[in-house]
Write a protein that binds this ligand. Structure first.
Ligand SMILES: Cc1cc2nc3c(=O)[nH]c(=O)nc-3n(C[C@H](O)[C@H](O)[C@H](O)COP(=O)(O)OP(=O)(O)OC[C@H]3O[C@@H](n4cnc5c(N)ncnc54)[C@H](O)[C@@H]3O)c2cc1C
Length: 139
C-alpha cells in the first residue's frame, strides 16, 4: 500500500496537518515515536490558545488528537522514523515498525529544548521552568 501522505511527528503541528489532510480526503498516516501530543503534553497550563481561557497541555493535546481521529486520521504511536529514502514519486519511510511507502511527506518533528542541568529543572518543567519565551517569558 502506498499512502498519499506520511506525517512525521504527533505534536500540534503534525495533528493540525492530519486534520487538513483528512478533510482533503487523502490517505494518510501519522507516525509518532512517543505518545501523541508532542511537547505541549508537559505544559501545566496553556493560556494563549484562543477558545480556552486556561487548559492543561495534556487536555489540549487530547482535544487535538480527538479532532484528528474524528476525521479518520490513522496514527501509529511508538513508531520512530530513522530515515527517508527518496525514490522520486515514491518515498520509503524507514521506521522502527517497518518500511512505509508514500507519495509525499510532512515533517513535523518539532524540537527538543536544551536543558541546563540545573537542580530541580526536570521536576519543575512547566511549573516555572520554561523553554518557550513567547509563552512564558512574562513569568
Ligand atoms: C514546558 C513547555 C511549556 C510550553 N508552554 C506553552 C504554552 O503555554 N503555550 C504555547 O503556545 N506553547 C507552549 N510550549 C511550546 C509548544 O509546546 C510547542 O510550540 C509545540 O509543541 C510545537 O509543536 P510541534 O508539533 O511543532 O512540535 P513538538 O510538540 O515538538 O512535536 C513533535 C513530535 O514529533 C515527534 N518526533 C520527533 N522526531 C521523530 C521521529 N524521528 N519519528 C517519529 N516522531 C518523531 C516527537 O516525539 C514529538 O511528539 C511549551 C513547551 C514546553 C516544552
Amino acid at each position: 500500500m502506498v499512502y498519499d501522505i506520511v506525517i512525521i511527528g504527533g505534536g500540534p503541528a503534525g495533528l493540525t496537518a492530519g486534520i487538513y489532510v483528512k478533510r482533503a480526503m487523502l490517505n494518510a498516516v501519522l507516525l509518532e515515536k512517543m505518545g501523541i501530543g508532542g511537547q505541549i503534553i508537559v505544559t501545566d497550563k496553556v493560556e494563549n490558545f484562543p477558545g480556552f481561557l486556561e487548559i492543561s497541555g495534556a487536555d489540549l493535546a487530547a482535544k487535538f488528537e480527538e479532532q484528528a481521529r474524528k476525521f479518520g486520521l490513522e496514527m501509529k504511536g511508538m513508531a520512530e522514523v530513522d530515515s527517508i529514502e527518496d525514490k522520486g514519486n515514491i518515498k520509503i519511510i524507514k521506521t522502527t515498525e517497518g518500511d512505509i511507502e508514500t507519495k509525499s511527506v510532512i515533517i513535523a518533528s518539532g524540537t527538543t529544548p536544551k536543558r541546563l542541568g540545573a537542580k530541580g529543572e526536570v521536576e519543575l518543567t512547566g511549573r516555572g521552568v520554561s523553554y518557550c519565551a513567547t509563552c512564558d517569558g512574562f513569568l
